[in-house]
Ligand binder design. Structure first.
Ligand code: PHE
Length: 340
């Protein structure tokens, strides 16, 4: 009698189908009330006593196999029904999401492009510097407050090794190695020991400019910066130079541009002055030229330095500096079109 069951087991094992109707037919044939298995169970009582045990075991095996088979085939047919049918292999794929250039890179590249139109080339210097290149070579007196621990991240004391607080250090490096005429810009990252807020960060980026030649005047500085402001913020942009102090330039000035938001009419961003400060500049101090072995009788020059984040904030109307460092893709994705 068990041979009969064994042939049903074989039939169950070899059955395979993805078709829901066929699976249902199979279930009815084996597992329904009047199906093969329950019929066999009713025959159990007629089986001779010595064969009952084996018959029962084989029958249970058949029942388990049939139940499992129905379960597995049903699951497979459901999950394959959910898979999308790729019927046109020539149709174009979904485009891969592209990244964006960071706004600081976009603005840095734009500043580089503007100055390269008027003959400035790029140099870079190290972020870890010594006292000479960041302070002493730039005519900072020994007791100058900018050397204070509050502003500068010192790595080592005596001799002082520190993170540069401005890109003016590259001025000294370039003057050590090149003779005038020098017409260069120095983009780079700088570090200051500041409390992080909407307006200040301990890391930010600057672009420094240096022009040294015979007969360079303050008028050259002013026209160069006016050209930059118009290229960066639009043809109608106005500039304003206010007297200021830097140890390495004399005379020194800070430059304002007409407010990018109210166009000079007055608003809360420019505090109703119509102007926004964007950079520091001045004529290179003769002491700085001489300490780099450039004759201050023969040559004069100008220098300027601006914060890239500051320019980006004015250009894109961003009111919190921290957004540049958080890399939140909701912020970054807004610069998708700007690929400069
Ligand atoms: N280094 C100055 C700063 O970080 C900016 C500056 C550069 C001023 C060159 C004058 C000349 O604020």
């Amino acid at each position: 009698m068990t041979e009969n069951i064994d042939s049903y087991i074989e039939e169950v094992e070899s059955f395979n189908s993805g078709n829901q109707d066929e699976i249902e037919q199979f279930r009815i044939k084996f597992l329904s009330k009047k199906g093969i298995i329950s019929t066999l169970f009713t025959q159990l009582k007629d089986v001779p006593a010595d064969q009952k045990k084996e018959f029962g075991q084989r029958l249970n095996l058949l029942k388990n196999k049939a139940t499992d088979k129905v379960k597995i085939l049903k699951e497979q047919s459901v999950s394959s029904a959910q898979e999308p049918v790729v019927d046109d292999l020539t149709s174009p794929p979904e485009p891969l999401p592209l990244g964006t250039r960071h706004p600081v890179s976009i603005v840095r590249n734009e500043i580089i492009d503007i100055f390269s139109k008027i003959g400035f080339t790029i140099s870079e210097g190290p972020e870890i510097e010594d006292d000479w290149h960041v302070f002493s070579g730039l005519n900072f007196p020994d007791e100058h407050p900018a050397r204070d621990m509050q502003d500068t991240f010192f790595i080592e004391k005596n001799p002082d090794i520190l993170l540069r607080t401005h890109t003016s250090s590259v001025q000294i490096r370039v003057m050590e190695n090149e003779k005038p005429p020098i017409r260069k810009i120095f983009p780079g990252r700088v570090f200051r020991n500041e409390v992080i807020s909407a307006r200040a960060h301990c890391i930010f980026h600057q672009v420094e400019g240096l022009y040294i030649d015979k007969n360079v005047s303050f008028a050259d500085l002013k026209q160069t910066l006016l050209f930059f402001a118009k290229e960066m913020f639009g043809e109608n942009t106005q500039i304003r130079l206010r007297p200021a102090f830097f140890p390495f330039t004399e005379p020194s000035a800070e430059m304002d541009v007409s407010c990018t938001i109210c166009k000079g009419k007055g608003c809360n961003v420019c505090k109703y002055t119509g102007f926004l400060e964007i950079l520091g500049c001045g004529m290179v101090d003769p002491n700085v030229l001489e300490s780099s072995d450039i004759s201050s009788v023969e040559y004069t020059g100008f220098a300027f330095g601006m914060g890239i984040e500051r320019v980006a904030m004015l250009k894109y109307h961003i009111n919190d500096l921290r957004l540049f460092f958080e890399n939140d893709t909701r912020f970054l994705n807004q610069f998708k079109g700007d690929i400069t």
